[in-house]
Design a protein around this ligand. Sequence first.
Ligand SMILES: [Zn+2]
Length: 514
Amino acid sequence: MAASSGRPTSAGRGEKRVGAMKRIGRVVGLGLALIVLLIVVRATWLRSSPAEAPPAETLEVNESRIARQLAAAIRFKTISYQDPARLDTKAFAGIHDFFQSSWPAAHATLKRERVSRWSLLYTWPGLNPQLAPILFAAHQDVVPVDAGSLADWTHPPYGGVIEDGVVWGRGSLDNKANVVVMLDAVDRLVRQGFQPERTVYLAFGHDEEVGGSKGALAIARLLEARDVHLEMVLDEGGIVVQGFLAGIDKPVALVGIAEKGSVGIALDVESKGGHSSTPPRHTAIGLLAAAVVALESHPMPVHRGGVSGGLLDGLALELPFYARLVLANRWIFAPVLNVVFSRVPALDAMFRTTTAVTIINGGVKENVLPIRARAIANFRIHPEDSVDLVVAHVRRVVGPDVKLEVGVRSEPREPSPVSPIDSNAYRILDRSIRSVYPDAVVVPYLVVGGTDARHYYRVCDNVYRFSPFRLGSDAMTLVHGTNERLSTKNLVRGVRFYARLLQDIAGAAQPSSE
Ligand SMILES: [Zn+2]
């Protein structure tokens, strides 16, 4: 007793320690249990707002006719070159005549204006001037075919060959198919006597592949000058992909709600020249190489919110529970996601500003120390970053001895604004996609390349990027690549999609109170 009322024995201290540790253990255990509960609850509660099943679109479309029309469009060599003097004006004049003769009903009803000579703006006036107009965009121009790749083409790139239900050629996918199916859908609706409630514009640029400044930008400025504010713009940029992600069997319809910016930054290192027999520890080339290594090993940060978050939430719903658990709890699993995603370049590009060192120069002679060395890195900028943030990052990573030149080969381009996914326009778009692809999961995503769509933010908030075609996960190699092609089934779905969307967004059921 005396012992216990005085200084505690070592056994008593031990018991107290054990007791304290038990209490800590209980608190930690409770905390962990709560975290696990929260993780499971978040994964379970992740639900899409119940979307009603749209009526399946079964419009009768003449498959071989629409295929022949795309094939004919491919034969016009409407190629964009960096040097505008090389533009084949006969090809553009020819394709304009071809549009007119192929879809006479559309051309009799819609007003057609030429913008910067070769871009086209069609206007289909709406019955209700209170309603904001919509605009569907596509481009007539194509990229040149690399002469070295000609032998690898199964069919000539401008031959417009149709074989076994596939239309082959440059522009079949990017982007003449969109022009053809849009005109066909409009022509069909005109013949059926459909009259849009809101004004419908079709805008077909002629220089998308070289920046779109004379085409889409000029059209957007023209609309702005006319005080037009659009309810929706729909351009290329997303598709329906089969096999988008392991674990998702359904086709995924990617709707681009933003596109990345771009900046080229030159890294210049200078050092004293001299004979190679008495070199410093690092030559200009060595210093530059170290800067390049530093850049590659310090990528820009990953973003899991905003436009990236919408994609992850949309995909999470379709994944097995364990994967949903991770995606729905990015607050705790970020390190896991970073490791997994950074190994897949296509995924990595959607969640951060990418770094690509693309050009390097330095040195003139084997026995002469180089006076200067230069590398150029191209950064594709995530909407949550900016040109300034990229420059600051590079500055920090390469240190003060490397000089930077920003925008060295082309004007820096900021990322686009992010279009909302809670707009009426997005909901209708989502519905129209599912009327043609009933099993598709529609998700918002970030377009990593550039499109004409970015020019339209000056006249529209709801700018979306989606082409109604279902492709394999290798689709991106076809765009601008060898053996570009599109199935005729996709053309049929394309006509059905635009016809459905036009009726849903511009049809008689529109509220006039906007
Ligand atoms: Zn394109």
